[in-house]
Design a protein around this ligand. Structure first.
Ligand code: BDR
Ligand code: CA
Length: 371
């Protein structure tokens, strides 16, 4: 294939990944992104929807990439309740637990709960994985993606820029190693941005992601965890990116299970966000009770935001992680070289331990600061 064909091929791939029609170009959208965002600001009366200049400082600048999703919703609230530690600049959404039109809507609903509809932009990203058909988890999260709570019409619209374009604009303009990406869903948006503009990796401090399983079995197949299984090709791009990665896998999610006893103090807060979180957790426990007969559910995505807020609650090790992208029975498996057999250099910190009581105390304290 000559260079021209390769370029055409790459453009076709990116158009597909970003959900653009055949013949449409990703390039004009990227070039005019700030113009579109400025128009959105005028329409919504907010000033947060353009790609902001991210500043370094004591607080981490964070972009949350997610597919809400019950546990994504709690993870977002947890982060928003920790504004002394985290400067959440935007939420980017991806197809995963439910299709993209629902994940972006749910993200806007969750920001409303926290009364952030005017100050926290939400961007919609890729509607399907890089090469595979979308698999959702609506059986777990419900048809809406937020089973267990009443849903309202979101108070504010999406910011009309593709999430990938937003990531590229923002990371390009960011100081070196200044932005933390917190990824709570399939890694399609991140992989597409890295493929389109590899230089943006320089703006990233680290990627903290929920995904994978090693000491624990998979939850979508015997071998694979959902986020990685939905888009293993994207996960491969991200794990090969050279950006520092912290992985909050199923191994740690099952060590901080949601139980009725842990929900009660959160419900007792009595505020809107505490009640929403408690209702969602109760729905997660009810699902697991029906499926496995146990009154507890793994605590997934909030472990990632919890790690950002209180890293001392977690322990892990630097290891090499490879993603299985072709296995007949093991597609999406995270192959962790725990014993050093491969000789490959570490590319991630794999978290295995959490102080579960400390985690729930932190979650409760942070939810208490919200409306
Ligand atoms: C992950 O998959 C999704 O269903 C959850 O939101 C979480 O991100 C757990 O495997
Ligand atoms: Ca998720």
């Amino acid at each position: 294939m000559n260079a021209f064909d390769q370029t055409q091929d790459r453009r076709a791939f990116l158009r597909t990944a970003m959900g653009l029609a055949a013949g449409a170009s990703a390039w004009p959208m990227l070039a005019t992104a700030s113009g579109v965002a400025a128009a959105a600001d005028a329409a919504t009366g907010t000033s947060a929807s353009s790609a902001p200049a991210l500043q370094s400082g004591a607080r981490r600048s964070v972009i949350i990439d997610c597919d809400p999703g019950q546990d994504d919703a709690i993870a977002i609230l947890f982060a928003l309740g920790a504004s002394d530690r985290l400067d959440v600049r935007a939420i980017t959404t991806v197809a995963g637990n439910v299709p993209l039109n629902l994940t972006e809507r749910n993200a806007r609903i969750v920001r409303d709960w926290a009364e952030r509809s005017q100050s926290l932009p939400v961007y919609a990203g890729c509607p399907r994985p890089l090469t595979r058909e979308l698999i959702t988890a609506a059986n777990v999260h419900g048809k809406t993606g937020l089973e267990g709570v009443p849903l309202h019409e979101p108070l504010a619209p999406l910011t009309p820029q593709h999430a990938v374009a937003f990531l590229i604009d923002t990371l390009r303009g960011a100081p070196t190693h200044s932005v933390t990406l917190c990824a709570l869903g399939p890694l399609t948006n991140l992989a597409t941005a890295f493929t389109e503009a590899p230089e943006i990796r320089n703006g990233i401090r680290e990627i903290v992601l929920m995904g994978g399983a090693f000491f624990e079995r998979g939850n979508i197949t015997p071998a694979a965890e959902f986020n990685i299984y939905v888009d293993p090709q994207a996960a491969q791009v991200v794990f090969a990116s050279g950006v520092p990665i912290v992985v909050l896998p199923r191994d740690v999610a099952v060590k901080a299970p949601i139980t009725p006893a842990r929900i009660a103090p959160i419900r007792a807060l009595g505020n809107r966000c505490g009640t929403m979180a408690a209702d969602i957790m109760a729905a997660e426990v009810a699902y697991q009770k029906g499926r496995r007969g146990v009154e507890e559910a793994p605590m997934y995505d909030p472990c990632a935001t919890g790690y950002l807020i209180e890293p001392s609650l977690f322990k892990g090790r630097e290891v090499n992680v490879m993603i299985e992208t072709i296995g007949e029975w093991t597609l999406g498996e995270t192959v962790v070289d725990w014993s050093g057999h491969s000789g490959r250099k570490p590319n991630a910190t794999w978290i295995t331990e959490v102080d579960a009581d400390g985690f729930y105390a932190a979650l409760r304290a942070r939810l208490a600061t919200l409306p």
